[in-house]
Ligand binder design. Sequence first.
Ligand SMILES: [Zn+2]
Length: 325
Amino acid sequence: MKFTARNILGWLLACMLIRLGFVRKALKKALEGEYMLSIYFHNPSKKEFETSIKWLQQQGLQLLSIADLEQIMLKQHTFPKGGAVITVDDGWQGNETNIVSVAETYKVPVAIFISTQPVQDGTYWWSYLAQAKKLNLSPPPVQVLKEVRNEERLLRVEEYKKKINLVREALTVEQVRKISKSKYITLGGHTHSHPILTNCTDEQVFFELLHSKRTLESWTGQSIIYFTYPNGNFSEREITVLEELGYSLAFTCNAKPIASDDLRHEFMLPRLGFREGASFAENICRMTGVWQATLRKLRYPTRRNNEDSVSMASPPLATSGVAFK
Ligand SMILES: [Zn+2]
């Protein structure tokens, strides 16, 4: 855990939630088949990822692949008791050591969703803003650029790209090829340049979804049919294009477990975000959905459970405390 005031407060709240039995109750529901856990990571340390996999297995949960999930969706398998799905977004360079090697050691399926431009160029666009801030170049906050038209975001980021050199952060093409051969890893799409899709034009959306799919397919020789929305932003338009291009399911950042009803919307599957750097107690609460449900209750005390569903185009719970990626 990184010792920040935020993480220490998070640890205290998480310890209280665990002590009050919320995690035990959430696990019981998963083990009885009321829902499946759907957990996503970005760039965890090996210790964070390994501890999480071990903990999930110790609780009696069975990790399923996305292909298993698809079969459940197509009703070729019954809805499982104690099922959990692990997804990873972006394609960070550390994923090979910190995720793929752990998946192989513990023989658990993991799906990694890759943005193809960072693999080609080495870096993610928001890292230029973070570095510019460290260098006192007064960049706009990342959050601001997540809310403007895509062209404007590109122009603003370009200013800092000219001034800043970053070391490689993303997997290389060679690494992508190598990990695609692991029988425990499924690769999926996460756009080409990692834009906020809802800020893009129709042409840009089409390009982002098609070009990344074709590029990943040419690197790996595998069909790319699964997808995660960058930052969790999507609308009816993105779903239509995904369908047209032959994708078969997509994950959002709607922070809840997957109930059988959620499987009726294959392009809107929910996920619970792991927070890298936070305490393991907080992440136990996150992986079981207890953390996100508690925050929702604190934010919207009068809202009923069935009103928690994500709204397209501007998902209010998209980030749910997880740093943007
Ligand atoms: Zn991402």
